[in-house]
Ligand binder design. Sequence first.
Ligand SMILES: [Zn+2]
Ligand SMILES: [Zn+2]
Length: 368
Amino acid sequence: MTENTQSTGIAPSLPCPSCGSQLRYSAEHKKIACDHCGYLEEVDKSDDEVIEQCLEDAISEAPMYIPEQQGKKVLECQNCGAHFMVDAQKVKVDCGFCGSIKVNTEAFEHQYFQPQGIIPFYVSRKEAEKSFAKWIKQGAFHPSKLKRMAKMDSLHGIYIPFWTYDAQTESTWSGQAGFQQQARPTMSRRGQLQQVANQNMVWRSGNGHLSHFFDDIQVVASGGLDQRHMNKILPFNTNEVVNFDPRLLLDWEAEVYSVDVEKGYQMAEIIMDQKIRNMCAAQLGGDEQRNLHINSTKTNLTFKHIILPIWIASYEYMGEIYHFTINGQTGKAGGQKPISYVKIGLMIAAFVGFLVLIWFLREWRVFS
Ligand SMILES: [Zn+2]
Ligand SMILES: [Zn+2]
């Protein structure tokens, strides 16, 4: 990721205090680094600014972030719609999410909620490349072209936006619990124990109250990657979130959220309601539940905005976009690969051929 970029004078294009070259954040050293003279600077590990913000006051009070003031520009991919930030000096940019070069390079000024917290990159480009090379070779039923198509230079290190939500919930519930009647073993005429299938279900009504506090429900706010895809490389260890420091973005890309704080909360609510339902069902008990009605209220709603590191490689195959991602904190990798129907067809043909051969040999032996 090393680039010999000229300082443009926009903050935080940060000169090295020792030689004056441009500093960057290095995942290899996990420090702010100077490639020119080897100067290293510790990252501030404090996290006192990563605090809950009231969801109701979100629009009026949250501190805003203007990428242009931080030496960044926001670009929009015209192919997949992702919005991401790169260093303002960067001339040629391709989209980390779909590999497209159809990127709207006309930076437009925007304001965003300032991220409160960040997990810096711990997985270096070298480690990410190794992991990618290993993954792309795995599996027999993928097109052979894949290894050639999935180029290392499509690998992007990018910070992905997340919302986390807290809520105190109170739920009253009522429903019916079904208890499967134990099948009683009986003695058969021959004196053997026999299980008698007994499908009787006994239903009992119940009701109750559930009080539960949700802490840090994580919602992906990315426009380029959905939750389903992120699930493959979760979890992040959010204990390592530190205060947002724009210096950690030096030489790195960052996506700005496409899912806003209210929309994100709607997703968090779906996640919470599903968990509440499971917990109420557990309180009700039984082998099965029916007519479970739940009434919930959620109060003390708060949120945080954090950005988390991933490595991503994208490629297009037969008009579909495939992603490979690595958790930039833990190194956990996941992705999708196209399946080669030709290879599967050949294997089926070989198997059928083998059966025909066996049949033929047997017939031949009978007649000879
Ligand atoms: Zn230096
Ligand atoms: Zn794109």
